[in-house]
Write a protein that binds this ligand. Structure first.
Ligand SMILES: NC(=O)c1ccc[n+]([C@@H]2O[C@H](COP(=O)([O-])OP(=O)(O)OC[C@H]3O[C@@H](n4cnc5c(N)ncnc54)[C@H](OP(=O)(O)O)[C@@H]3O)[C@@H](O)[C@H]2O)c1
Length: 260
């Protein structure tokens, strides 16, 4: 891979496992210095070691993104330690399931805080600097749940639809040609988050884990679960210097999504 992100600093939330880990490795392979963010220091340290073992550069900062009011202070700390952030990947997220009728106020609030308000606050805190420096890439990891409805995921779907809307507004308001905001919308990906969904289906329906997994895979038009690396490749493409004409793109991964 060509090192098209050499000397760029990339902050990736939720990078201790799953899709975020793959994005961190992919951006590092493209030359970026990656700043890993999550709550679990042990997992972040393991990803940092993976990056270093490949010859990349990485640091991590533990932070709980539910603490929206502390995000400006968190960003100040990151930039004073490692430098101005050129690339922000808003990947951390949660995907609880519950029928709409029993989705609690708490669940609505948590989903909106983590999946929508934290990405907004992080972007808000970094876009000014990106604009002043004349280069920036923000990629939101939304979901096909930001494009269509899935049963029993009301708070998740609504928050991801919000994130897609945020992408479009941020892109429309940007006034610098080399600063972009885009979103990727993966279908079901083979990560712990999906494995947890499989366990919930097994518990609720008595189906086998294989059956539950096949049900989720069948929801993807491509007919299989995506690999985290496939999401990472799309994110890296949006971050390329040559991708500056891609602004406000909402990219479905795993096949075309119709409207239910
Ligand atoms: N897996 C899928 O099928 C799929 C499909 C479409 C979209 N997505 C989206 O892709 C993103 C990543 O999904 P994934 O499957 O990789 O999920 P995952 O394996 O559950 O990883 C989520 C990451 O988010 C971090 N995180 C969660 N709450 C946090 C908080 N309060 N503060 C900081 N970090 C937090 C977690 O780290 P800590 O626990 O260390 O905090 C973890 O590293 C999510 O936004 C998800 O909605 C996933």
């Amino acid at each position: 891979m060509s090192r098209f992100l050499t000397d760029r600093i990339a902050l990736i939330t939720g990078s201790g496992r799953g899709i975020g880990r793959s994005i961190a490795l992919e951006l590092s392979r493209a030359g970026a210095f990656v700043v890993l963010v999550g709550r679990n220091a042990g997992r972040l340290e393991r990803v940092r070691e993976e990056v270093l073992a490949e010859g990349g550069r990485a640091e991590f900062s533990t932070f709980d993104l539910f603490q929206l009011g502390r995000i400006p202070e968190f960003l100040e700390d990151v930039e004073s330690r490692w430098g101005a952030v050129d690339i922000l990947v808003n990947n951390a997220g949660m995907a609880p399931t519950a029928p709409l009728a029993t989705t609690s106020d708490d669940l609505w609030e948590q989903c909106f805080r983590l999946n929508l308000l934290a990405p907004e606050a992080l972007s808000h805190g970094l876009l000014g600097g990106m604009t002043a420096r004349g280069f920036g890439r923000i990629v939101h990891v939304a979901s096909t749940a930001g494009l269509r409805g899935y049963r029993f995921t009301s708070a998740y779907c609504a928050s991801k639809h919000g994130l897609v809307g945020l992408t479009k507004v941020q892109a429309a308001e940007i006034r610098r040609p080399d600063v972009t905001v885009n979103a990727v919308c993966p279908g079901f990906v083979d990560t712990d988050l999906t494995r947890e969904a499989v366990q919930r289906i097994v518990a609720a329906t008595g189906r086998s884990a294989d059956e539950a997994r096949s049900l989720l895979a069948a929801e993807n038009p491509i007919g299989r679960l995506l690999a985290p690396q496939e999401v990472a490749a799309a994110v890296a493409f949006l971050c390329r210097p040559g991708s500056s004409s891609l602004n406000g793109v909402v990219l479905p991964l795993g096949g075309p999504i119709g409207h239910d």
